[in-house]
Design a protein around this ligand. Structure first.
Ligand SMILES: NC(=O)c1ccc[n+]([C@@H]2O[C@H](COP(=O)([O-])OP(=O)(O)OC[C@H]3O[C@@H](n4cnc5c(N)ncnc54)[C@H](O)[C@@H]3O)[C@@H](O)[C@H]2O)c1
Ligand SMILES: [Zn+2]
Length: 462
């Protein structure tokens, strides 16, 4: 089969979001520096002392992406650059200029029997499991081999990569071989170092999702997932589905849920069925044939709205409940029991389909067709399995839904009000997102509207 090449053009502004209001940071007397450990991390990241305190304060104040920051302090400048992937900053009295940025890169899919031969000259960062299964992927002594998890998807790992880059002579061209976690963290580091970054994704999540779209980032405890980062686009993406031969079954299925999500949004149910079958049988040729369309769907959405100001939000289909299930599972279970992101999203997709129908936006027929697809694609699981993965004694306990609502409301302490609205991507038809108003891609849904759908969701699994 011939290689397929997608040419991707992107353009956005820096800062990504136009500010609609301003937060004026006070001019502190003296230093805002934190602990010695924080100072060491800030130095490792090349940030001014006190940047981490500014970030923490901004999260505590719940500053949104459209609030610009006014201050002369360097730590505010450094924090503004990465807070929720960048907010506007100005010195008192200055105007904000949003610089247009643009670029192009190629996304190629190679279908040979062995890994593609990539040009030399790039400094490589290789996922530890990939290095173990594919020793020839590691080129030289300078390569950094590193294994990260959601727990180490942190600023500390970004600093570790920057340190290794320095030790390797501060190379200006980097290449990342690994899954979505390594891609997100290493590309964030590359953005801070001003180096170019090529992606060689080795998981299905990374191929179909993480390596397309320019989002990089890390988790920032206790403020949540992917809260700090940069929009930073790769210089090229080289997909070779052969890497998936060594990917554990669970990881493959979890990645398939994100692919199914793209295909549902694209309105391609037959293609989604075929893809699910290809994943079930690990049919590499069929997976390779399907990948360009799956990636292209995201490429098109991102080209329209790279900074996720509008339509890009539809890619969060299934993620409102998905993130809450993932977070709860992480709070209460450990190791193999914990739900993977894609597994949680698969369940979230089913919930979104049922909620869209219960709210009267999606027809019964379409909801049934999509529910069957999700079952077939392995996105659903038995009630007893879900119970174990959520670490609860009884899946029907009303306290479980309360906990999920708390997480959906992003509030760590309070029980949300029943009429508090949360944002959902809902479907109106296969391939069409429900829009209550033009240019609005998410719909506010009150918490108490989730109760009936939660019961139907449990019955659909049971
Ligand atoms: N930036 C984005 O737009 C975007 C989009 C989707 C997901 N993500 C992020 O991606 C992350 C999830 O990525 P993921 O699912 O790829 O997880 P991952 O990077 O943790 O990889 C999964 C596991 O597979 C191992 N592995 C990787 N390639 C392998 C191979 N070929 N053979 C054997 N083992 C291999 C890894 O070491 C890891 O243990 C999440 O943190 C998520 O936030 C980002
Ligand atoms: Zn996702």
């Amino acid at each position: 089969m011939d290689d397929s090449v997608l040419k991707v053009s992107w353009s956005m502004k820096d800062p990504p979001v136009a500010p609609v209001s301003w937060h004026v940071w006070p001019e502190y007397e003296g230093s805002t520096a934190g602990t010695a450990q924080e100072a060491e991390l800030e130095a490792g990241l090349g940030w001014a002392a006190g940047t981490l305190s500014v970030l923490g304060e901004a999260f505590d104040m719940k500053l949104g992406r459209a609030t610009g920051w006014e201050s002369d302090r360097p730590e505010v400048r450094d924090a503004a650059r990465v807070y929720k992937r960048g907010v506007a900053r100005r010195r008192a009295g200055d105007k904000v200029v949003r610089r247009p940025l643009q670029g192009r890169y190629e996304l190629s899919v190679w279908t040979g029997a062995t890994p593609p031969r990539l040009k030399g000259g790039s400094w490589q960062i290789v996922d530890g499991h990939v290095a173990r299964h594919w020793p020839t992927a590691v080129r030289g002594a300078d390569d950094l081999v590193i294994t990260l998890t959601e727990h180490t998807k942190t600023l500390t790992s970004v600093a570790q990569i920057l340190k290794a880059a320095k030790a390797a002579g501060s190379p200006q061209a980097w290449r990342v071989l690994g899954g979505g976690i390594l891609a997100d963290v290493a590309a964030f580091a590359a953005g801070l170092a001003g180096a170019t970054v090529e992606f060689v994704p080795t998981t299905l999540v990374a191929m179909a999702d993480a390596c397309v779209g320019g989002k990089t980032g890390v988790n920032f405890s206790p403020y949540g997932k992917n809260q700090l980062g940069l929009f930073y686009f790769p210089s090229g993406v080289y997909v070779w589905p052969g890497w998936l031969r060594t990917l554990p079954e669970r990881e493959l299925l979890a990645g398939s849920a994100e692919c199914i999500k793209h295909l549902i949004l694209a309105g391609a149910v037959p293609a989604a069925r075929a893809f699910a079958a290809a994943v079930r049988t690990r049919d590499e040729t069929a997976i390779a044939a399907a990948l360009p369309a799956i990636m292209d769907y995201k490429v098109q959405i991102v080209a329209d709205d790279p900074a996720e100001i509008g339509r890009r939000a539809i890619l969060n289909l299934g993620h409102t409940l998905g993130h809450a299930l993932e977070a709860l599972s992480q709070e209460r279970t450990k190791g193999e029991t914990t739900l993977l992101h894609g597994e949680a999203v698969g369940l979230g997709l089913l919930f979104s389909v049922l909620l869209s129908r219960d709210l009267g936006h999606l027809s019964e027929g379409a909801a049934t067709e999509l529910s069957e697809l999700l079952h077939e694609a392995g996105c659903t699981r038995s009630l007893s399995d879900l119970q174990t993965r959520l670490g609860v004694a009884d899946i029907h306990d009303p306290a479980l839904l309360q906990d999920l609502k708390r997480l959906i409301g992003h509030d760590k302490k309070n029980t949300p009000q029943d009429d508090a609205a949360t944002s959902w991507v809902l479907l109106q038809a296969v391939g069409t997102v429900y829009q209550a108003q033009a240019n609005r891609w998410t719909t506010p849904v009150p918490m108490n509207a989730l109760d009936a759908t939660w019961q139907r969701f449990l019955s659909a699994l049971g």
